[in-house]
Design a protein. Sequence first.
Length: 198
Amino acid sequence: MKSTVTICHDASQTAMPYRQLAAFLPGAGIGGAGLHWSGVHFRVDAHRAAPAPLLRRALRQKLYPRRDEIQDFGVTYDELRPFFNKAEKVFGTSGTPCSIKGRVIGKESCGNPFAPDRFHRFLLPAQKRTHSAQLFAEAAKSVGYYPYDLPSANTSGPYTNTYGAQMRPCNFCGYCSGYACYMYLKASPNVNILPALR
């Protein structure tokens, strides 16, 4: 028998089974949810790690209703940065940075302009854009948006991680989200860590 996820919004409510999981898919088996995630590999935004000043400003403007829930994370983005770097090396993260050590890389080839500043480039270049992604990027630019290639834990080229696990380049099969990757190119515990544990 499997246990279900339960949810309640505060301590006065009875926890009820969460039956319609939609995009939230709890993992099962070796690798857990790491088997069927899409591989999108953002770092947490520095502002999200320390939201209290932004929320206090919103409170003054009457945009945020409750004063008692405002607090920052227990760690800062700078404290997390070495762990993001380590994870990207284990996962073989591909992408395009926007800025490195405060210097903008380039206007046209820039990654996410809203992402936190990086100390290093990504290990692998961003995935190539499919035809539909190219059309979407052109349409987004034409109305003033900033399309960029997502940082991806789906390798864009051959890669050997810090544990010696080898990964292949993505073949664009389109079954990243919701499925295990049989090409050994999407980062997951069974691909990137289990071989070293064995």
